[in-house]
Design a binder for this molecule. Structure first.
Ligand SMILES: [Zn+2]
Length: 364
């Protein structure tokens, strides 16, 4: 491992000391390409699914369509493509103006526009940390099935220590998000073993796209391979319901639990899947804090479409800071029966937004 990287955070513009991170969103996707979009559609639209609004499929986004697209982000092709660095810079600046300092883009391979990540970070002054490795198996490039663990690990180590795309000089700073399907695919397991090797070689943290039950299995594999629990981030913990028992089971192993879909309150008809709402997230988070897990919590929005951006009527990257934080600090009312304190104080919020990223993101 390069001595230069010890206890440093690796951003797309180079290494920075942990103190320079500031308020950090640990799970976003700044750019999206046609390739990603087509695979998503393959997963989501099974042959028996009937699109209720076929006319919306190819229509360009405008304000009259935003409500429908917000409720079903995958019903419109234009929504799933974000490739313009000027647009992304403007959106990232809203986060900076609200007090933000760092964003992790955990699309493996440096997002769909690695050079764009560099442009956005230079233009906005916000640190951007890029991910490497492989998402869910349907997204794997053909080389994953053909490669063995050592070859996959070599590729990740190259992305972390040299560069992700030849000639750009851009290094990955985190391994992930590594996709774990609800029934783990053997190639996803192979990627996990490779990630453990790459971690031990570099010290870079590992982030999982996971849920019950296979998420716990994935964590066990990493721990058995010698990864320390406090180097692992379990993504999408809030998308489980949030299921406090499952989240506690992860946290009890010493792993970071990430609430990373703030502002997502949708129902996907094709998957029969509902995301929770922010109130559920706050109540669960308050419970976790009460139980003593505040030092293991991370937050983000996991944006991956146009209508989540302010330029297209969405909440934008400043949403957590501008809307969720004040709501966490205020009383939450339950029905007509009275008030409950969410029991989240300013110190807890500072721990979640600044101290925890500062501990988990540096390589060691
Ligand atoms: Zn994600």
């Amino acid at each position: 491992m390069s001595k230069l990287s010890r206890d440093k955070v690796v951003t797309v513009l180079g290494e920075v000391p942990p103190d320079k991170l500031g308020v950090t969103l640990t799970h976003e996707h700044l750019f999206h390409s046609l390739r990603q979009r087509e695979i998503f559609l393959k997963i989501l639209f099974t042959p028996d699914y009937k699109n209720p609004r076929p006319w919306l499929w190819d229509a360009p986004i405008d304000i009259t369509k935003v409500d429908m697209i917000r409720r079903d982000p995958f019903c419109n092709m234009d929504n799933l493509s974000v490739l313009n660095p000027e647009l992304v810079t403007k959106e990232v600046l809203y986060f900076k103006m609200a007090g933000g300092g760092t964003i992790c883009d955990v699309t493996p391979g440096g997002g769909d526009n690695p050079f764009g990540l560099k442009m956005v970070s230079s233009a906005s002054g916000v640190n951007v940390i890029a991910g490497c490795g492989y998402y869910l198996q349907p997204f794997h490039p053909p080389n994953v099935a053909k490669s063995n663990v050592e070859e996959l690990a070599e590729g990740m180590i190259r992305d972390l220590t040299e560069e992700m795309v030849k000639g750009t000089g851009i290094r990955a700073g985190i391994i992930g998000e590594l996709g774990i399907s609800s029934k783990m695919h053997p190639d996803e397991k192979k990627v996990l073993h490779a990630a453990a090797t790459a971690h031990k070689e570099t010290g870079a943290p590992i982030m999982l796209h996971q849920g019950p039950p296979s998420g716990l299995e994935a964590i066990s594999i990493l721990l058995q391979d010698g990864v320390k629990p406090d180097r692992i981030i379990a993504g999408h913990c809030d998308a489980t319901g949030p299921d406090l028992d499952y989240i506690r089971e992860i946290a009890d192993r010493g792993v970071y639990v990430e609430f990373d879909t703030w502002g997502f309150e949708i129902y996907l008809p094709q998957l029969h899947f509902s995301w929770p709402n922010d109130r559920d997230r706050i109540i669960c988070l308050a419970e976790l804090i009460k139980l003593g897990y505040v030092k293991q919590i991370l937050v983000s929005h996991d944006y991956g479409s146009k209508v989540q951006l302010r330029s297209y009527g969405g909440w934008g990257y400043s949403y957590f800071l501008e809307y969720v934080v004040p709501r966490m600090l205020s009383d939450e009312r339950i029905g007509r029966s009275g008030k409950i304190r969410t029991a989240i104080n300013k110190g807890d919020i500072q721990t979640i937004l600044m101290e925890n990223p500062k501990r988990v993101l540096p390589w060691h």
